[in-house]
Design a protein around this ligand. Sequence first.
Ligand code: SF4
Length: 374
Amino acid sequence: MAYLILSCLCVNKFSCKFGKNKMSPLKKQLTDIRQLSITELSEKLTTAGEAGYRAKQIYEWLWKKNAHTFENMSNLPLALRKWLEENFHLNPIKIHTKQLSSDGTLKLAFSLWDSHIIEGVLIPEKDRMTACISSQAGCSLTCSFCATGYLKLKRNLNAGEMVDQVTFLNKEAQNEYGATLTNIVFMGMGEPLLNYVNVTRAISMITSAEGLYMSSKRVTLSTAGIAKMITRLADDKFRCKLAVSLHAADDVKRSKIMPINNSNSLKALSDALHHFCTWSDEKVTFEYILLNNFNDSERDAELLLNFISPFPSKVNIIEYNPIKQFNGTKPSVEGTEKFMNFLFRRGVNVKIRRSRGKDIAAACGQLAGNYIKP
Ligand code: SF4
């Protein structure tokens, strides 16, 4: 609806130079209603002479029922809906493209109000229905094995844009598979801990009774290892599962493929994880992309074992998914088994994560649709 109104404004007041998804200067000055806390919204309503309890109803529409227009908020009086239209904007994301993999994985590209494109992936498995969502448009961290790392960071997503991805993917899960989401992973485009405030707010909306009311045990935040922000998660006593993209337990090697390691060394990461684990009762998941002749030797496995040993943890070995910008390869099946067996025999909970959705570039490290300009 916000978009329809926009079109009207364009036609009536300006010679229309704004695309379908772009906001007019007039609308830009309005507040995005989903950026407000319930207290702030309640204050605005009472200042405008509306009953404060309406804030709860509106909040439910925004976060639980996922209304994408004010017009849809059917239990509100018409005058209040009009007032909302005039004073706020609501910028839901829109589905841009859908791609279905031969293995059932579904990738959705979403367009944001300012025309940036992000991607989210639905991964159906036997007993799980996982939504992998993005936290930023692009990424600033330039991990060499990841297609998103070759795009510049465009901007952080706000909480509403992240919750929208969850609700769209949940609808797809229901339509395509007759199931609802069981897990949500922040492993799409972007580094979630560099968008801390919005990501933690989105997770709160996903897990709280005000929002989608999913268990925080079903929500995983995956980070390249921003030590300071892992510490902050613990200090804020923020509940969610944590996954760390480790990929090498040697500073020189890790820095080669993950430049963030230059400013967030393994020592700093380890200290932050110690702090996190003193508070959290959840296991930390370590993600490890196995690269042939780079991080797959017995020595590498030993370093990995040493690094993870102090923490209650599990290790996911990730199959490398080729991207054209990086010339790594995956080891042989025997090489992978040898590496895993080394860990397994020493009591590590280690599993291999087979890639899903490779034929539609939806697998780990491949998110950067060709509609996104590098
Ligand atoms: S792996 Fe994650 S943090 Fe690294 S470039 Fe890709 S999206 Fe960014």
